[in-house]
Design a protein around this ligand. Sequence first.
Ligand code: CUA
Length: 370
Amino acid sequence: MAIALALLVLVVASVLFHLVTPWWTTPLASNWKQMDDTLTITLAITGLFFVVINLFVAYTVWRFRHRAGQRAAYEPENKRLERWLIGVTTVGIAGLLAPGLVVYADYVHPPADARVLEIVGQQWQWRFRLAGASGKLGGSDARFVSGSNPLGLDPADAAGQDNVIVLGNEVHLPIGHPVKVLLRSHDVLHDFFVPQFRARMNIVPGQVSSFWFTPTQPGRFESMCAQLCGVGHPDMRGYVVVEDDAAFQAWLKQQPTFAATQAAAAPAAAGAGTPAALGRSLAQTKGCVACHTVDGSPGVGPTWKGLFGKTETMVDGSTALVDEAYLKDFIRNPKARAVKGFAQVMPQIELTDEELAALVAYIRSNGKPS
Ligand code: CUA
């Protein structure tokens, strides 16, 4: 009797909790109401089975409870009942799976007039690329990746020259236009997700994955990485700004094309750049900026603002002056010393002696004025 009552309370409490739940989904800001509908169908089917099965168990526990002198009947086969159960289960499972198949088929087949947006994930930052006037994205390959070409675009591909490169973690999109998203990763599995758009997709190293959506609400939406991709995963955030077409076009004009970034990098490549400028570009390509800020805000590792010339405290209580020798030793062998307040997670990075000197010069340029 107690068990039957407990099951009854469980069912009633679960249904009540759903009706007065303190949790809800963020307001929808894209065309993917189908995602919400699919979830609602799933919840309705699983919820119905949950209620019916638990009430049935509660009823049988009460109805067939032990009474003196009663004997259980043995009935191992019941064809009619089995047919019913198989039928109902089949309908239930089909109801759970079929809507998802329909929505997914739609989700990966963008309309022909969709604007192409490429999103490139790297531990632990986002970069973006939009097609230029030609509407085409140029080819890319990991072997083209360099300090001035962090997305690895093919310099010889004419289609890539007018591509708009966004190196920050914020991208703008015009409201009401479908966007076809192409996703690439430079290292491990990531996942681009904006909860308000209901749209997300895994980013698998070595392949291009894709989905599409139409933003329907203006605003600044936070995007996150939805696959655990290492110690900096919670910091792998970005923004999608949805605005009217005029504001979007104005923003787009301010972003450099691939050809412009290559022209700007040419003098540096020819040796005209200072070591600090080279170091700054290395900090981008080697991924240092994912953990080290230069504006003083906290990251996975110490900020570089004011780092040079400061006295750092180690976990064992000893102290060390952050100078050129200290930085070079630390970068070459990050596991040798543990700095107080930071996890020992910095990877060893391949750098030539010149690159190391340039990187240290850049860190120094963010340090205390000497
Ligand atoms: Cu990238 Cu988590």
